[in-house]
Design a protein around this ligand. Structure first.
Ligand SMILES: C[S@@+](CC[C@H](N)C(=O)[O-])C[C@H]1O[C@@H](n2cnc3c(N)ncnc32)[C@H](O)[C@@H]1O
Length: 222
């Protein structure tokens, strides 16, 4: 169970991080249903961590093939892990063994800068190393769905700041969505101030609430 000494927090919930990812980030963004269209669907993630969200997303992507559809998963990570650490964290889940092995096989020995990896089934992974607030400005294409996955907001406020939420909003397509396990009042207010329509939803496991929402200039949640 990976734990960050620096932030005093776990990388994912202790109950089952993979199932939490399915509930919060995939279902919370209307996935996999929204993948059923041709063209490139782009996911943006704040906090790559162990790559658990990436591997679970990839597993679900492979299970929902659609002719002419591609997936680009773009993630921002200030403290990228080394492959053995990623491998150790993810071996707990046999369901994502193939994805873990493929990710670790391509992951650079010394992750830094911008990492671009191409995988089978129309999937590309980009990890931009460094502070998210700096990296996000370099996005050249807009995101369809955000996974907001910093550490607990109280311990990692940089990942939930109004400035960062505003940049994420600017980099979102009209009708694009976000989802997060976090439900703190200041996170909700920053997302609203950025322009998102925000909803409180039932959280995963013992967490009562999570947040999800949409960028809609008409202000109506889908
Ligand atoms: C909850 S963990 C993410 C878990 C991850 N999504 C996974 O699937 O394992 C939060 C991540 O945010 C990263 N982080 C914290 N502050 C950051 C910042 N300012 N910019 C970019 N990444 C940051 C941490 O290093 C950590 O990997």
């Amino acid at each position: 169970m990976p734990y960050s000494q620096e932030f005093g927090d776990h990388f994912y919930c202790r109950e089952d991080g993979r199932l939490e990812c399915g509930h919060v980030f995939l279902a919370g963004n209307g996935l996999p249903e929204r993948w059923h269209r041709p063209g490139t669907f782009r996911i943006g993630e704040l906090g790559f961590g162990t790559g658990l969200n990436f591997c679970e997303t990839w597993r679900q992507w492979k299970a929902a093939p659609f002719e002419g559809a591609n997936l680009h998963f773009v993630s921002f990570e200030r403290f990228p892990m080394r492959a053995p650490e990623i491998d150790r964290a993810l071996t707990r889940w046999p369901e994502i063994e193939a994805e873990r092995l493929a990710l670790c096989a391509q992951w650079p020995d010394y992750p830094e800068g911008r990492i671009d990896l191409d995988f089978a089934s129309g999937l590309r992974l980009t990890v931009v190393c460094g502070a998210a607030l700096e990296g996000i400005g370099g996005l050249t294409e807009k995101v369809d769905a955000w996974y907001l996955d910093g550490f607990a907001p109280k311990r990692n406020p940089d990942m939930w700041s109004e400035d960062l939420m505003r940049l994420a909003y600017e980099d979102t397509v009209e009708g694009g969505t976000f989802a997060t396990y976090a439900a703190a009042g200041f996170v909700r207010r920053n997302l609203q101030a950025a322009g998102f329509t925000v909803e409180r939803r039932p959280g995963f496991g013992s967490k009562r609430e999570m947040l999800g929402g949409v960028k809609s200039t008409s202000g109506v949640a889908e």
